[in-house]
Design a protein around this ligand. Structure first.
Ligand SMILES: Nc1ncnc2c1ncn2[C@@H]1O[C@H](COP(=O)(O)OP(=O)(O)OP(=O)(O)O)[C@@H](O)[C@H]1O
Ligand SMILES: [Mg+2]
Length: 385
């Protein structure tokens, strides 16, 4: 499940995306002069252009080979633009990716009807050549970006289903084991505890996906209040210290637990948990993790630093994006959502998250939150680096 979506490089940009915003264009207009003008402008700019002088010819050409973009005149004798549009959108897969109407200013009804029938945009005649080129280019770029994101989404949904499938199969197996009559109490207890672990693994994955979707939908809110740092950090340390020590990694705290911070304690803890979970996951045996909290009056900084492999400079800009993992990430499991959620939580507090190389040689992740005393939510937290 380590495959990247087809046609994308490691950062998810489609091949040739930056340099090539030219496309396969069909221009439909009953005025030969208009056709010739648009055709020469678009082909001079590198687009592959075909032309049609009426609706029937346009549909025939689309049937022959579907263009990426159709520039369609709304008022033509015979089959008019809106009817052509309707038939194009009725094609399997909803027809060409972008359909752009061209219409005179006095034809607002036709434009309105066209937009209702699924046109993506319109241009009013007479069309300025620079506008035509810019709009066609922008429409093609938007379409390609959307296609790339859809492909990524499909890929990641498949990945998440796969990640849930594994613990689910294990749960089934353990249930079968538990059915056996000859099981002693100790084995039974161990099977039940494994089932609990698998359930919390699945719940964590589902919760991450839900939190990321809420962030994306913009329905993620925080309820900040003044809380002691200890109330946030202590539960995190209590959960992760035994996990770290099983892996022979020392997890310690530096700073004052009595400091006060203006934050939503549950949400901030979730962000901190995600960063500490990463540190535990990526730090090899014998390593160290330190959680530090400090304040300069302007901001409160939570730093999680480890002696692990760190994050390569080239990956620092992308690992906070949804589903993005660094070179080590996928091999270590997970969905690539932990940092996205941490960043969303920090930003909901008007703060920020950043990564650098820390004093233990590995990664240092810092959440910086504005202190309420110095302007609270109005203050935009600057990157501490
Ligand atoms: N402490 C760290 N040391 C080294 N690399 C890290 C560290 N924390 C994060 N990374 C890199 O950043 C990537 C993104 O982290 P993120 O928490 O978003 O996803 P994940 O841990 O891979 O999956 P999830 O958190 O959804 O279980 C990781 O895959 C890894 O490549
Ligand atoms: Mg993570």
């Amino acid at each position: 499940m380590n495959n990247r979506p087809a046609g994308t490089d490691h950062r998810g940009a489609p091949e040739g995306f930056a340099g090539d915003s030219c496309g396969d264009v069909l221009i439909v207009d009953d005025f030969p002069d208009t056709l010739a003008l648009y055709e020469s402008m678009l082909s001079e700019n590198g687009h592959r252009v075909r032309v049609a002088t009426n609706g029937v010819d346009a549909l025939r050409q689309v049937e022959e080979r579907e263009p990426e973009l159709v520039l369609l005149d709304v008022s033509m004798p015979g089959l008019d633009g809106v009817e052509v549009l309707r038939r194009l959108r009725a094609r399997p897969g909803a027809g060409p990716a972008v359909i752009m109407l061209t219409a005179a200013r006095r034809e607002p009804h036709a434009i309105e009807a066209g937009l209702k029938e699924g046109a993506d945009a319109y241009l009013t005649k007479p069309i300025d050549s620079r506008e035509l080129l810019a709009r066609v280019r922008a429409a093609l770029e938007t379409f390609r970006l959307r296609r790339m994101l859809d492909a990524q989404r499909r890929d990641h949904v498949a990945m998440l289903v796969h990640d849930l499938r594994h613990p689910l199969s294990s749960l089934g197996l353990l249930a079968e084991v538990l059915e056996a009559d000859d099981m002693d109490a100790h084995d039974r207890e161990s099977a039940v505890s494994q089932m609990r672990t698998l359930c919390s693994e699945m719940a964590r994955l589902v919760d991450s996906v839900l939190a990321a979707s809420r962030l994306e939908a913009g329905v993620f809110s925080v309820e900040p209040r003044t809380v002691r740092v200890g109330a946030i950090v202590e539960p995190t340390l209590a959960v992760f210290t035994p996990v770290a020590s099983r892996r022979r990694v020392a997890l310690t705290f530096e700073g004052s637990l009595a400091l006060e911070v203006y934050a939503d304690p549950q949400k901030l803890r979730q962000a901190l948990d995600n960063l500490v979970a990463n540190a535990v996951k990526f730090t090899p045996r014998g390593g160290r993790i330190v959680v530090r909290v400090s304040s300069d009056g302007r901001q409160t900084i939570f730093e999680i630093t480890d002696s692990g492999p760190g994050v390569a400079e080239g990956e620092r800009g992308t690992i906070f994006d949804r589903y993005k993992q660094g070179s080590r990430g996928r091999a270590a499991g997970g969905a690539g959502l932990g940092l996205t959620i941490a960043r969303g939580i920090a930003e909901a507090h008007h703060g920020s998250v950043s990564v650098t190389t820390g004093d233990l040689g590995g990664a240092a992740f810092r959440i910086a939150l504005p202190s309420r005393a110095s302007g609270g939510v109005q203050l935009s937290a600057s990157d501490p680096d």
